[in-house]
Structures are given as structure tokens and as C-alpha cells.
Design a protein around this ligand. Sequence first.
Ligand code: ATP
Length: 362
Amino acid sequence: MAYLSLQGINKIYPNGFHAVHDFNLEIEQGEFICLVGPSGCGKSTTLRMIAGLENISKGEFLIDGVRANEMGPREREIAMVFQSYALYPHMSVYDNLAFGLTLQGVDDDIIEEKVNNIARILGLTDYLDRKPRALSGGQRQRVAVGRAIIRKVGVFLMDEPLSNLDAKQRVTMRSEITDIHRKVGSTTIYVTHDQTEAMTMADRIVVMKDGYIQQVGTPFDLYFNPVNMFVAGFIGEPPMNFVNCSVENGCIEALGSNVALNNILSDDMLGKYEGKPVALGFRPEGIVLGEVKNAYVFSAEVVLTELLGDNTNVYVNVGESSLILKVDPHDTPKLDSTITFSVPYENAYLFDLDTELVIEKK
Ligand code: ATP
């Protein structure tokens, strides 16, 4: 296990493209960190700099307190699983797992013990004689993970390792990877563009956009206390609803109602935002059907309902705004009907539309 320190890390590619800006993060021993963000935000570049596959243009990278910028990939004692599993097709599962140790000249009986142990952890014992082509996608993925963790390394890097699997396999492998992490305990950095994967697996999530860190926090933190509109919209499925408004006399005209902001903002903040453009945000699951106390109450036209089993997504129009509400399937409203819904004050967010930063509530 190792702890990592990334201090002011930047990546500027030879063509001048600045892919990662001032990346700062302290990663504790044994922590499971997920890097998330849309395509092209710099997740893989960051991971590859940690692995030693890309040089660091500026900043300092430390492993266990020792500068590692100039260390080669092998020296860093880091193992990596890529999107493509890159198994050797002509070798059996056993030989694929053993390969790294064989190269290192480890004794055969020790290799056998380690391969059997890893195969047991990963549920591959019955498949050791098979070639990769005779395995399912999920089983291949487990061999790739096994090959990486069989060498005792301090840090384990994974770049979208589940992207080739179907939806069901992804869910299974997700819990398997968390389970393996618990058993092996290696510091893990996991790259994904899938916020559900990050929410379910990570100790802490790093949300990136355009090469910049937007927020670092526990899944709980990011969901309940997003620092800006990007994080608020990225974490959570379906995404948070936003309604653009401007503050007039301490109120906003939101969805046809006059919404008093003194319920959620301090007098200081009310003064600061008078006359400014803001966005009211609330999560699809943060609403209550009908009219309740201590809440903003709105009236909406139902345009589409999607029954998903454990909930129904209700697509509504309120004036010009299209919104999504999440309701209990038993409460699914009729198409084209008019419904009333409430956003309790504690579930309402307000964002500064100039900076897109969240406005601190009282
Ligand atoms: P994805 O989820 O699509 O893999 P990502 O967040 O991992 O995306 P990166 O692969 O890190 O993104 O790329 C970040 C940015 O750097 C992208 O705009 C990409 O086009 C650019 N980039 C990547 N490799 C190079 C390179 N060798 N030279 C120049 N630009 C590059």
C-alpha cells in the first residue's frame, strides 16, 4: 500500500494542448479514488501520468513521500488495468495470471500458490485451463484484474475497466472490484465517465471538467453539497433540474410562482444577489407530490412517464421549462394531466449564474 501526493500537476502535450491544469490531491494508503468527468476532461491523462506512461509537464508527484516524477513505470510499483484487457490469447488463464511472476523469475511453486489464491478470490479456479476466447467478458475482466493484483503493488490503476461489459455484468463486476479492494487493500485510482460507478465504489470522487478539478469529496458530499452547477448536474441520475431566474425584491419568479428566497438565504446573501441572475436547482427525487409546508409549490403538465420498477420518471413542463420528477411508481400521474408538486426548502439549491457556483444557504 502506498500514499500518493499530486501537487500542482499539469500536462501540456507536445502539440501545446493543456490537458490537465493544476491538479492537487493527497491520496491516503488504501483509499479508493474515482476520477470522473465527461469525455476529454483529462482523466486518462492524469492516470497515465501517475502510471509513468506520460511525463508530467509541471508539478510534483510523490509516492510515499518520495518524488516520483522521474521514476519509470516499473520503479513505481504500480499495476494498471486498461479498457482493453490485453490478455495473451494463446495462453491459458493460469499462464496469463502467472506471466508477470514468471518474467520476474519467481519459483514455480510460489507462482502456483499465488495463482491459486488469486483464482480463488476472483472465482476463476474452474477456468484456469481455458484460453481467454472461451471466457465471458466478465471472466476475462477478472483475469485482467487478477493479472494486475497478483504482483504485490502499492497502487492499482484502472481505466474504464468495465466499459466492454454489458449492463448486468458491470453491476456484478462493480461489487466484485470493491470486494477485491477490501481484501487486497491496495490504494486504487479508478477512471470512469459513469457517475453511478463512482458513487457506488469510491471512498472519494474527483470530478473533472476541461482539465480542471471541480470538486473532491465523498459520494455523499458530492450529492448533497455540490460546489457548482457542473457537479450538481453530473452527480445524480436523472440530473438535477435547473430553472434560470433573477432575484427581484428577495424573490425569484420561478416556474410561474413568486418564490421567496428568505426561506433559504440569509439577509446578507439576499442583499448580495439582488438584481442578479441565479438558477434554482432541485433533484428529481427531491420533490414531493402535492402541496406540503415549508416548500416551494408548483403546478406542472405531465408530458411523459417512464416506469422503471422502483420509481417512475415523470417528465413535466412548467411554462417554458422541461423538468424531470422522480416519484413512487404507485403515484405515477396520468399523461397530459396537471399535477402539483413541492420542493421542500432543504432540497432547494441556488446557483450564481455568472460563476455557476452554489450560493451558500442559511
Ligand atoms: P475519455 O473519457 O474520452 O477517455 P479522458 O477524460 O480520459 O476522456 P484524456 O484522454 O485524458 O481524456 O484527454 C484529455 C484531452 O487531451 C482531450 O482533449 C484529448 O484530445 C487530449 N489529448 C490526449 N492525448 C493527447 C496527445 N497525445 N496529444 C494531444 N492531445 C491529447
